[in-house]
Design a protein around this ligand. Structure first.
Ligand code: PMP
Length: 350
């Protein structure tokens, strides 16, 4: 042993090397926010951007591939096909690389360039499709993925929207981690729904382990899910710029029955919340975290007693530097005043 070696940080054990990246999925940090005023609540962010593929979707990606292997549907060299907003694709690409599978991903064209470049660089076959069409249209990303899977002999359509291994990954992983990290004392968990895997898995886990924990839905304005929770007949779905959450239908695996409260958050509020969090706490989080944080703050404002509230931060803001963290893009979308030429220095130094 090197005689100069000293354990760091007062002798606390640093994690030993992991054999490849897959064992690093899960066990993400939980951080208490100290600078955001949340009334009587204490706010905790579950930083899922710390997963090796960069998002919460690494967990179900691994679980769904392992389930397909157990069911004998996938063997080395096989092809996986999926419809994704990008993060499931990145998780699948990570697992596919480790296990030797080919990967075809169908992605709506509104998703950030960062995610698409990242997926292509990982060797995935990326098929971009329209973002402005709904279920039943042949260019709708989920229908298109099912069609492509049917055309490739032996290919497995992962179908996160109908795959029970997706919520199970959160029921067995994300939920128990949160409860343990907060010593069994969690009043509410706030998250959005894309496939519904996170919300459904957390609902099932907390129903058993801590039934008093409230499940709070953060939904983009334009999605139908907040209306469904409120028992209203949803109108026609609109469109929104936040990525990864909100739906124009209730996914097959999504169980909304334990959602106590739902908040519809518009893009402006979501982006403002994520940008404020970065300035105040230095936490670089994605747009769906902005939606969840804005919903959590509304929830907290309604509370009279102290509450411990967990906000799921599904991914990092590094994927959105060209969008919600770019003042020019924000201005083009009508969220900020357009910066003038001479403002650039000011923008950079801010
Ligand atoms: N946030 C982001 C950024 C996502 O990519 C996703 C997955 N589409 C979610 C939240 C929602 O996760 P789930 O699929 O578990 O509902």
């Amino acid at each position: 042993m090197n005689v100069a070696f000293r354990p760091s940080r007062g002798g606390s054990a640093a994690p030993k090397p992991s054999k490849g990246l897959l064992p690093l999925i899960g066990n993400t940090p939980l951080v208490e926010l100290t600078k955001i005023a949340a009334g009587p609540c204490r706010l905790f962010l579950k930083l899922e951007g710390g997963n090796p593929g960069g998002s919460i979707k690494d967990r179900p990606a691994l679980a769904m591939i392992e389930a397909a292997e157990r069911e004998g549907k996938l063997a080395p060299g096989g092809t996986i096909v999926e419809a994704t907003a990008g993060n499931t694709g990145l998780g699948l690409a990570l697992v596919a690389a480790a296990k030797g599978y080919k990967l075809v991903l169908v992605i709506p064209d509104k998703m950030s360039r960062e995610k698409i470049f990242h997926l292509k660089a990982m060797g995935a076959d990326v098929v971009l499709t329209r973002s402005d069409v709904g279920k039943g249209h042949p260019d709708y990303y989920q229908d298109k993925a099912a069609h492509i899977a049917a055309m490739i002999p032996g290919a497995v359509f992962i179908n996160q929207f109908g795959n029970p291994a997706n919520p199970l990954a959160h029921e067995r992983g994300t939920g128990p981690e949160i409860l343990e990290q907060l010593d069994g004392d969690v009043d509410a968990v706030v998250c959005g729904v894309g496939s519904g895997g996170t919300l459904t898995g957390l609902s099932r886990f907390f129903a058993e382990a801590s039934p008093s924990t409230e499940i709070v839905l953060a939904d983009p304005v334009g999605s139908i899910l907040a209306d469904v929770v409120a028992g209203k007949t949803p109108g026609e779905a609109g469109s929104w710029l936040v990525e990864g959450i909100g739906e124009d239908f209730v996914p097959e695996i999504a169980d909304l029955s334990r959602v106590g409260r739902a908040y519809a958050i518009d893009d402006a509020e979501a982006f403002a919340a994520a940008r404020a969090l970065l300035k105040a706490e230095g936490a670089l989080v994605g747009s769906s975290t902005g939606t969840a944080l804005a919903a959590a703050l509304k929830y907290c404002r309604e509370q009279t007693a102290p509450k411990r509230v967990v906000v799921i931060s599904a991914d990092s803001g590094a994927k959105y530097l060209s969008k919600m963290f770019n003042d020019f893009w924000m201005a083009d979308q009508g969220f900020l005043w357009k910066p003038r030429r001479g403002d650039l220095g000011d923008l950079i130094s801010r």
